[in-house]
Design a protein around this ligand. Structure first.
Ligand SMILES: Nc1nc2c(c(=O)[nH]1)N[C@H]1C(S)=C(S)[C@@H](COP(=O)(O)OP(=O)(O)OC[C@H]3O[C@@H](n4cnc5c(=O)[nH]c(N)nc54)[C@H](O)[C@@H]3O)O[C@H]1N2
Ligand SMILES: Nc1nc2c(c(=O)[nH]1)N[C@H]1C(S)=C(S)[C@@H](COP(=O)(O)OP(=O)(O)OC[C@H]3O[C@@H](n4cnc5c(=O)[nH]c(N)nc54)[C@H](O)[C@@H]3O)O[C@H]1N2
Ligand code: SF4
Ligand SMILES: [Mo]
Length: 707
């Protein structure tokens, strides 16, 4: 039987056609009739059946008994978890409970809202997530510099686009992160270039997207601050700023001009190891264009000085006024959501972390979250409100948090660790309870949560196309029933779900959240391949609200201090650790998910990629075993030559490997988090660890590593 659906392994929601035999997906291909994705898919989507039928998938929930996991029915698990949670809260208060929201919780529409509804019933401020070990520099910049109420400019009408340390052709990170098209990105990029778009890419690797660039600045890793200070230097020196925008909406331009004065292209060129002429050319290409933005990814936001680097990148847009103004069309393309006509105005800085709740470790909140870099210490440091119970939704903190040994020690010391996960992830192995959820193709869903990043106004509903194993439970239903076990009513999309009432169907809940859309839920359901609603134009930006006083702040005192420190601190060559290890994503895996799906990744391990000349110089043969060692730790990996890397740069994918002590570089790779520290180099506001551009040594694995 053939079914039409869409994939939910990442936010791209690619249309799929799947063949199902005996309730097993035997084939999946991109759906050419899907109005948005038009046949585009990636290896993960084409292997979606292998995720569902993976031999190690949990088909029933598990409870730790001694050192082993034993099956438990989900309802019984919910009762037991509720009792243990109640006891911990009664004895130690709600602040002894924490929540960690992971990546895969984001791709099922109802999981996040229902987990959040349960979490509110706990009353603890200790919510953690992946963004603070990812791109929370963007949140810090929102708070320190301010934001634009009408969002970003649209890629479709831009003259120039600058991508900094992001490779959206592989990561498909679009939306407000990069603004880049994510459905068949190469085709859409070529169309944009045909109409005159110029692409600038800043990346130490000649990535898939860098290969398409009009200008690729292949900088030395970790030197984005110098590069962007110099780009601002040139823009301001040459008068390429938007004076009208700046005078109405921006503070601190003169201070910024003074601060970047010493950062000449020559100074930056020496630090970044890119030609002076390329810095001049990039500034001109960006500054002389009428429209287009500079947007970033994990590269700069995981590097050293990540908050400052992101601040300077964003400053290019602010100085050049690259935001949609009154009368412009917004980038948002709501169909099932409610359209908004945002005002064209700045929203001034708002340092949420400086007010309200402050953790005993001294951290305030960003977007209602504490920094994940502080989670292990929240668990391990003795004290009255230390974290004793942790609930994980769609995440794998034991594999994701830098300094894996510390993170695992912390997670292992919890009195209660509950995770919802279909696979025996590193975290699941440590958990007291693992709830076995239904997976993507086993449940209905709608695309509403991802509309903001679609290139066209598109909506789709999919029914479940295979039956879930009978003992699994939908993620959202677990959180609803956990709230009910505690005696709480859950409110969602204007409806109350009190304990003692029947569990609503997923379709009922989905329909309830789509009642205020521009197109009805029932209309969307009549188009099995989804539909582009061409008649729905994107909302137009409205006038600023009366008396709008918010202004961007280009150089708050702490930002000025960081910039001055960066100028003074020329990083010397590190003779013991001459290489810089950078992050890298692959099409076959998404973080730790997919790394162990049989037949999916090209290798069961994550190679350490290096420049061939570096390998020659070290006498290392491709495919030999190497030791990669940072100041913090070391791992063993299989080395491979990669012509896209400049000399001195190594690149590895995270998410592979197992728990500490379970290392096998050939069987399932190595966890790069082992090389990272939570303390050295962490950013002050968001505890963001230094995760890319890590100084490392590279040696043959059988050689003793340098001390
Ligand atoms: N060294 C290093 N570390 C990194 C990074 C790096 O680049 N380098 N990147 C960082 C980044 S950007 C991020 S976002 C984090 C990722 O951190 P996490 O989001 O915590 O890690 P994932 O591996 O994505 O975990 C997703 C989990 O969800 C499970 N899952 C799959 N499907 C479902 C489902 O339907 N329901 C539920 N409940 N669970 C499901 C998967 O089995 C998996 O265990 O890692 C960070 N860590
Ligand atoms: N297939 C797939 N898709 C994914 C994921 C996945 O694991 N697999 N993960 C998802 C997640 S959780 C996230 S957060 C996004 C991330 O999305 P992206 O940020 O686009 O992730 P990457 O593709 O790793 O691109 C990061 C780039 O930064 C470069 N870089 C490294 N260090 C530096 C530096 O110091 N300066 C500069 N300028 N560049 C540097 C690297 O060479 C790399 O090309 O992707 C998401 N999409
Ligand atoms: S995992 Fe691949 S097929 Fe699935 S939505 Fe993402 S890009 Fe599309
Ligand atoms: Mo991420």
């Amino acid at each position: 039987m053939q079914h039409v659906t869409y994939c939910r392994i990442c936010p791209a929601t690619c249309g799929l056609v799947v063949d199902v035999e005996d309730n097993r997906v035997v084939r999946a291909i991109g759906d050419v009739d899907n109005g948005l994705t038009r046949g585009f898919s990636c290896p993960k989507g084409r292997h979606i059946g292998d995720f569902l039928s993976a031999p190690d998938r949990y088909r029933t929930s598990m409870k730790r008994v001694g050192d082993a996991h034993e099956p438990i029915e989900a309802g019984a698990a919910i009762e037991e978890i509720n009792v243990r949670l109640r006891d911990i809260v009664e004895e130690h208060g709600p602040n002894s409970v924490a929540f960690f929201g992971g990546t895969q919780a984001a791709f099922a529409t109802l999981t996040g809202p229902f987990a959040a509804a349960w979490w509110r019933t706990v009353g603890s401020p200790k919510s953690f997530g992946t963004m603070t070990i990812d791109q929370s520099a963007m949140w810090v910049v929102d708070g320190r510099m301010g934001m634009w109420a009408a969002g970003r400019q649209d890629f479709d009408t831009a003259d120039v686009w600058m991508l900094v340390g992001t490779n959206p052709i592989v990561s498909l990170q679009g939306g407000d992160f990069t603004g880049f098209p994510i459905h068949d990105p190469l085709r859409r990029l070529h169309e944009a270039k045909q109409r005159g778009l110029r692409l600038i890419v800043v990346d130490p690797r000649r990535t898939e997207v860098a290969a398409q660039a009009d200008l690729h600045l292949q900088l030395r890793p970790g030197t984005d601050v110098a590069l962007f200070a110099a780009l601002l230097h040139v823009l301001l020196r040459d008068g390429l700023q938007d004076d009208a925008f700046v005078s109405r909406w921006v503070d601190g331009l003169d201070a910024l001009r003074t601060a970047v004065a010493p950062w000449t292209p020559r100074v930056a060129a020496a630090r970044c190891d890119v030609p002076v002429a390329d810095i001049e050319a990039a500034a001109r290409m960006f500054g002389e264009a009428a429209r287009g933005m500079a947007l970033s990814g994990t590269g700069p936001d995981m590097g050293p000085d990540s908050n400052l680097a992101e601040h300077l990148i964003r400053s290019l847009n602010v100085v050049c006024g690259r935001y949609p103004r009154e009368g412009d069309v917004t980038a948002g393309k709501a169909v099932l959501g409610s359209p908004k006509s945002p005002p064209g105005m700045a929203i001034g800085p708002d340092r949420t972390w400086e007010r309200g709740y402050r953790s005993r470790l001294g951290f305030g909140t960003l977007k209602h979250q504490l920094p994940t870099g502080s989670l292990p210490a929240e668990i391990l440091e003795p004290g009255p409100d230390r974290v004793r119970a942790l609930f994980v939704s769609g995440g794998n903190p034991a594999a994701a948090i830098p300094d894996q040994e510390l993170a695992v020690r912390a997670l292992s010391s919890l009195e209660l660790l509950v995770t919802v996960d279909p696979f025996p992830s590193a975290t699941a192995k440590l958990a007291h309870y693992v709830i076995a959820p239904m997976m993507h193709l086993e449940r209905p869903d709608i695309t509403r949560a991802f509309e903001h990043q679609f290139e066209e106004p598109f909506a789709m509903y999919t029914p479940a196309v295979v039956d879930a194993p009978p003992d699994t439970i939908d993620d959202w239903e677990f959180w609803l029933r956990l709230a009910w076990a505690g005696g709480h009513t859950v409110s969602f999309a204007g409806r109350d779900y009190p304990p003692g009432t029947p569990v609503p169907t997923t379709d009922e809940v989905l329909a309830s959240m789509a009642t205020r859309g521009r197109v009805s839920f029932d209309e969307v359901k009549t188009h099995p391949h989804g539909k582009v609603y061409e008649h729905l134009s994107a909302p137009v930006v409205g006038p600023p609200v009366e008396g709008a006083e918010g202004r961007f702040d280009l150089l708050a005192p702490d930002v000025a201090d960081e910039l001055a420190t960066a100028l003074a601190g020329e990083a010397g060559d590190d003779v013991d650790r001459p290489f810089r290890l950078v992050v890298r994503r692959t099409k076959e895996t998404i973080n730790s998910l997919g790394t162990r799906v049989p037949g999916l990744p090209r290798h069961p391990y994550n190679p350490c990629f290096a420049n061939a000349d570096d390998l020659d110089e070290l006498g290392l043969a491709p495919d030999s075993l190497v030791t990669v060692a940072s100041a913090h730790g070391s791992i063993r990996a299989v080395v491979q030559a990669d012509a896209t890397l400049r000399r001195g740069v190594l690149s590895m994918t995270h998410g592979f490997g197992g728990l500490p002590g379970d290392d096998d570089p050939l069987l399932h790779g190595a966890s790069t988090t082992r090389l990272l520290s939570l303390s050295s180099g962490a950013q002050s506001i968001n505890a963001m660890p230094h995760m890319s551009a890590i100084p490392v040594s590279l040696t043959r694995a059988d050689e003793p590593r340098p001390v």
